[in-house]
Ligand binder design. Structure first.
Ligand SMILES: Nc1ncnc2c1ncn2[C@@H]1O[C@H](COP(=O)(O)OP(=O)(O)OP(=O)(O)O)[C@@H](O)[C@H]1O
Ligand SMILES: O=P(O)(O)OC[C@H]1O[C@](O)(CO)[C@@H](O)[C@@H]1O
Ligand SMILES: [Mg+2]
Length: 327
C-alpha cells in the first residue's frame, strides 16, 4: 500500500536561479490541491539542520511567479555534508512531521537529497540552476532568464565598444560548464566563444576570427568566455592585447546573471516541474529528479541522474563555429 504523504517540506539550495519562486509556488499550490500540507525550509540544508522553517499557505505564495531570487533564501552548507549534519536534518524533518522533501537546486543539492533518501526520507529534486548543467534534463530553471540578462548587458557593451573601436571580452557564469557561454555567444553574434569543454587553440579559435572580422571591416569585437575556462576572461584578454594590440576591455558579468524577473519559459518550466514533483511524491515515489526531455516532463532515479554526463550541444557548437568562421 502507498504511504500517504501528509506534509511536504520544500527548500531551495545552491546558487539561486530566476524561476525558483515559481517552482515553490507550484509545489505549494499542487500540494494543497492534493490535500497535502506544505512547510518552507529556509536557507537550504543549513535551515534543515537548524529547524529554520515557515508555514506556506495558498496566500503566502501569491504573486510569486514573477519575482526573481527565492523567498525561501538559499545557502550552501558544509555541515550538511557530514553524517552529523545529515542526522540533524533528519531530526528536523521528524520534529516537523515531514513525510517528504522537495529540493530545488543543482547537482550538489541532489547529492544531498540522495543522502536523505538513504536515511529513509522521501525526496524529489527539481533542477534549478542558471548553469543548465544537470545531465538528465535538457533544461534547468533559470537558464533562459540568465541568457537574456547576459544578452542585454552584452548589447549595452557593444554600443560603447563600437564607439571606441575596442575588443570586449565578456565572462559569463556556468560553473564548470559552457552551456550559458555558448548560447549567449551564438545569440549575440560573438566574434569568438571560448568554453571549457574544448581546449582552446588561441590562433584558430580566437585570433584568426578577430583578424578575419577586422579584414571584413569590423572595428569592434565581442569575445564570450565561460567562467570555467582556465584563467577566465582576463587571461583571454591578455592574449588578445599582446597578439593584436587591440584596445581590450574585460567585463565579468557575475551575479547579475542570477537575478531578475524570470522569463516566460522559466516560469512555465518551474510551474510544471513543481507540479510534477508533488505528483511523484503523492504517488509514493521517492529519490527522483524531475527532468525535461524535449517537450516531455520525465523523472529519473537520483543516483542514475548523478551518474549521467552532459556534453555541450554539438549542433549549437557547430553553428557557433560556422558563424565565427572557425574550421
Ligand atoms: N556530495 C554531497 N553530499 C551531501 N550534500 C551535498 C553534497 N554536495 C553538495 N551538497 C549539499 O548541497 C548544497 C548545494 O550544493 P552546491 O553548492 O554544489 O550547489 P548546487 O545545488 O549544485 O547548485 P548550483 O551549482 O547551481 O549553485 C551544498 O552546500 C551541500 O550542503
Ligand atoms: O553564488 P556563488 O557562491 O558565488 O557561486 C557562483 C556559482 O554559482 C553559479 O552562479 C550557479 O551554479 C555558477 O554559475 C557560479 O560558478
Ligand atoms: Mg552545481
Amino acid at each position: 500500500m502507498e504511504k500517504a504523504v501528509r506534509r511536504i517540506g520544500v527548500f531551495t539550495s545552491g546558487g539561486d536561479a530566476p524561476g525558483m519562486n515559481a517552482a515553490i509556488r507550484a509545489v505549494v499550490r499542487t500540494s494543497l490541491h492534493m490535500g497535502i500540507e506544505c512547510v518552507g525550509i529556509r536557507r537550504g540544508y543549513h535551515g534543515l539542520i537548524n529547524g529554520d522553517f515557515t508555514k506556506l499557505t495558498f496566500e503566502s505564495v501569491s504573486d510569486l511567479s514573477r519575482r526573481g531570487g527565492t523567498m525561501l533564501y538559499s545557502a550552501r552548507s558544509e555541515e550538511f555534508k557530514t553524517p552529523a549534519g545529515q542526522e540533524r536534518a533528519v531530526a528536523t524533518c521528524k520534529m516537523l512531521g515531514l513525510d517528504a522533501l522537495v529540493g530545488i537546486g543543482g547537482d550538489g543539492t541532489f547529492s544531498g537529497l540522495l543522502c536523505l533518501a538513504k536515511r529513509g526520507l522521501s525526496v524529489v529534486g527539481i533542477p534549478g540552476t542558471i548553469d543548465n548543467d544537470i545531465a538528465c534534463s535538457s533544461y534547468t530553471i533559470g537558464y533562459d532568464t540568465a541568457c537574456n540578462t547576459a544578452l542585454e548587458s552584452i548589447d549595452k557593451l557593444r554600443d560603447t565598444m563600437q564607439s571606441h573601436e575596442r575588443c570586449s571580452v565578456v565572462e559569463v557564469m556556468g560553473h564548470r560548464a559552457g552551456h550559458l557561454a555558448l548560447t549567449v555567444g551564438v545569440a549575440c553574434g560573438a566574434t569568438a566563444v571560448i568554453v571549457p569543454e574544448h581546449p582552446v587553440d588561441y590562433e584558430a579559435d580566437l585570433l584568426e576570427p578577430i583578424r578575419r572580422a577586422r579584414l571584413a571591416g569590423r572595428t569592434h569585437f565581442m569575445i564570450i568566455v565561460a567562467e570555467g575556462v582556465e584563467g577566465g576572461a582576463y587571461s583571454i584578454g591578455k592574449v588578445i592585447e599582446e597578439a593584436t594590440a587591440l584596445d581590450t576591455r574585460v567585463t565579468v558579468l557575475g551575479h547579475i546573471q542570477r537575478g531578475g524577473s524570470p522569463s516566460s519559459r522559466d516560469r512555465i518550466t518551474a510551474t510544471y516541474m513543481g507540479y510534477e514533483a508533488v505528483r511523484l511524491l503523492a504517488e509514493g515515489k521517492t529519490c527522483r529528479v524531475v527532468a525535461l526531455q524535449g517537450e516531455n516532463y520525465v523523472d529519473y532515479d537520483i543516483t542514475e541522474a548523478l551518474q549521467m554526463t552532459k556534453s555541450l550541444d554539438q549542433h549549437t557548437y557547430e553553428v557557433m563555429r560556422a558563424l565565427t568562421g572557425v574550421h
